[in-house]
Design a protein around this ligand. Structure first.
Ligand SMILES: [Zn+2]
Length: 208
């Protein structure tokens, strides 16, 4: 993993404008998002690095998307008010307009780009998984997986735009030197795929 991609101590690189202190209420999806945050924590898909979980999860809303805040532990029973709704992304100013108390995930521009390019995607989950990185090529031959071309620093405009483009029409992408992105038409589809690939990576490592 590139040292700069360890998320401990890394702050978001964009500006944030808070339009309101709470996100819109999406009870069913928020309930599911809390569930998948816990699954990611349990499965080791968002390992704690420097006191915060390395991972970020979101779902699409009519106004934009609801995402986990930056520098947050995902395991604690999250309250829906901790989530942030991104309602506008200004790429030229590198600024996000949000509803919510917290700062949205440092990968928010990547989520924004995926939703813009992929009308079929309703949920985007990002995590860190060293076993998936190790077995990237084997996994890509078994699952519908895109693999990014090179390791690069996360959280920049270029990383967001390039990664979203490299996913193409696949539901899952391995970010070399970093982690993975799993997407789906539902939160459950994105989550199930992330867990399936992870468990296969565990099997592959046990066969060595
Ligand atoms: Zn990451």
């Amino acid at each position: 993993m590139l040292e700069g991609n360890r998320e401990c101590g890394i702050r978001h690189r964009f500006e944030v404008r808070h339009l309101d202190r709470v996100p819109n209420r999406h009870p069913a999806e928020m309930e599911q998002l809390i569930h998948w945050c816990q699954v990611f924590d349990n499965e080791g898909l968002a390992p704690v690095e420097g006191g915060a979980s390395a991972g970020n999860l979101s779902f699409r809303t009519p106004a934009g998307f609801v995402i986990t805040p930056t520098r947050s532990p995902l395991k604690s029973n999250l309250d829906w008010r901790a989530f942030v709704e991104v309602v506008r992304a200004d790429w030229s100013a590198f600024e996000l307009h949000v509803l919510g108390e917290r700062t949205p995930s440092s990968d928010s521009f990547l989520h924004e780009r995926i939703y813009a390019l992929r009308p079929d995607v309703m949920a985007v989950f990002h995590g860190h998984d060293d076993l998936v990185l190790t077995h990237a090529d084997a996994l890509a031959s078994e699952f519908p997986i895109a693999v990014t071309g090179e390791a690069r620093l996360f959280g920049t405009r270029d990383d967001a735009a390039d990664t979203a483009r490299e996913i193409g029409s696949e539901p899952y992408c391995i970010r070399r030197g970093h982690g993975f992105v799993s997407t789906g038409r539902t939160l459950a589809a994105a989550g199930d795929l992330a867990v399936a690939v992870h468990r296969r990576a565990v099997e592959l490592s046990e066969m060595e």
